[in-house]
Unconditional design. Structure first.
Length: 338
C-alpha cells in the first residue's frame, strides 16, 4: 500500500504542475507575489528563494525563484527580472519561466502610494511521459500499479509559450494591500492536444498591518542605538481554477531577529483538503542589507507529517544601501521582513 500511496502523491504533484507553485514565505518572494512590488524598496535588491517539499518521499519536488529589481526615481518606476523554476524528479517534469517586470509608483499623499505593475514572461514546460503514473493504472484493491504508461507516449514533450501578469499595490507607513492576476494569456499546458487544456488565471489578494512597539537599546560599547521592535499581521488569498487557499500569519521583529508563525488552508468547520500546514519561521536582518529566513511546514492534512516530511524553505535577500540621504524619500513598506 505504501507503493500505491507514493504513486498517488506523485500523481498529485504532477497535477500541481498545472497550478502555480506556492511558497510559504510569499512575502519574501515579492514579484512572484505581485508584479507591483518591482522597485518597492526604492533601491536595488537581489533575492533568492528555494523550497523542497515532502522530503520523506523517495522522490523530490523542488522549486526556486531568483530575482533582481531597481527603482528609477527620476521616472517613479521599478524595473525587475525574475526567474522561476520547479522540478519533480520522478517524472522529470519541470517548469521554467523568465520575466521582465515594470511598475509605476503614484504618490497619493505624504505617506500613501499606489504601485501598478506588469510582467511579460517566456514559459517553458518539459515532461518525460514514459515515467508518468496515470490514475487508471492505480489498482486500489491490490495496492499495485498496473501497466506502463510510457507505451502510449513517445517520451519527452516540450511546450514553449508567452505569458502576462499584472498587479496593484497600495501602502502607507502602516497598512498595505494588493491584488494580482497571473497567466492572463492562459498558456497551453496539455502535451497531447492543442487548445485542450489551458493554465487557468490565478487571482490573488494580499495585505497586512504593522504595529510599531517601543524600541529597545543596543549597547555596542560606544553608544546606545534604538532596536526596532514591531508586530505584523498579513494574509494572502489565492484562487486558481477549482483551487483556493488562504495563508494568514504573524511576525515579531526583535532587531535583528525575526520570529513568525502562520497557517495555510481555509479555516472552516468542514474537512477540506486544503487545510494543509502550520508554518514556523526563524530569520535575521543585518544592518548591511542582508536578510535571511528559514521556514518549515508542519503538515496537518490527511497526508500526515510522517508520510510527507513537511517542507523546507529558505529566502535570501540583499538590499543595496544608498549613500544619498535624499533617496530615502519614501517610507519603508510595512510588510513582513521576509
Amino acid at each position: 500500500m505504501r507503493k500505491l500511496l507514493i504513486a498517488f502523491l506523485l500523481m498529485r504533484v504532477g497535477l500541481c504542475f498545472g497550478q502555480d507553485v506556492q511558497y510559504s514565505q510569499f512575502y519574501a518572494n515579492p514579484m512572484y507575489l505581485n508584479p507591483a512590488f518591482a522597485g518597492s524598496t526604492g533601491l536595488t535588491r537581489l533575492g533568492l528563494n528555494f523550497r523542497t517539499q515532502w522530503p520523506a518521499l523517495d522522490q523530490s519536488f523542488i522549486a526556486y525563484t531568483a530575482y533582481a529589481d531597481h527603482f528609477v526615481e527620476k521616472y517613479n518606476s521599478g524595473l525587475g527580472l525574475i526567474i522561476t523554476g520547479a522540478k519533480e524528479s520522478f517524472t522529470q517534469s519541470q517548469v521554467h519561466e523568465i520575466g521582465l517586470v515594470y511598475s509605476y509608483r503614484l504618490r497619493l499623499g505624504e505617506k500613501r502610494f499606489l504601485n501598478a505593475g506588469a510582467q511579460g514572461s517566456f514559459l517553458a514546460r518539459d515532461a518525460m511521459f514514459d515515467k508518468v503514473i496515470l490514475g487508471t493504472q492505480l489498482n486500489i484493491d491490490t495496492g499495485s500499479i498496473d501497466g506502463a504508461s510510457g507505451d502510449n507516449f513517445e517520451g519527452d514533450s516540450k511546450l514553449r509559450t508567452m505569458d502576462l501578469h499584472v498587479g496593484l499595490l497600495y501602502y502607507d507607513d502602516r497598512f498595505w494591500f494588493g491584488g494580482s492576476a497571473f497567466h492572463l494569456l492562459e498558456p497551453q499546458i496539455s502535451y497531447l492536444e492543442e487548445d485542450s487544456n489551458e493554465l487557468p488565471i490565478k487571482y490573488s489578494l494580499q495585505g497586512g498591518v504593522k504595529f510599531n512597539m517601543s524600541p529597545g537599546d543596543i549597547n555596542d560599547y560606544f553608544n546606545n542605538t534604538d532596536q526596532e521592535r514591531s508586530l505584523s499581521f498579513a494574509f494572502n488569498y489565492k484562487s486558481q481554477g477549482q483551487f483556493s487557499q488562504l495563508d494568514i500569519g504573524t511576525e515579531f521583529f526583535f532587531e535583528p531577529l525575526v520570529l513568525g508563525v502562520w497557517y495555510r488552508g481555509l479555516p472552516t468547520k468542514y474537512s477540506l483538503p486544503n487545510n494543509e500546514s502550520i508554518i514556523s519561521l526563524l530569520g535575521v536582518r543585518l544592518e548591511n542589507g542582508l536578510q535571511v529566513g528559514y521556514s518549515f511546514d508542519f503538515t496537518i492534512s490527511k497526508l500526515g507529517q510522517n508520510n510527507s516530511g513537511g517542507a523546507h524553505e529558505i529566502s535570501i535577500r540583499y538590499i543595496f544601501s544608498s549613500k544619498d540621504p535624499s533617496k530615502k524619500y519614501y517610507p519603508e513598506l510595512p510588510t513582513f521582513r521576509y
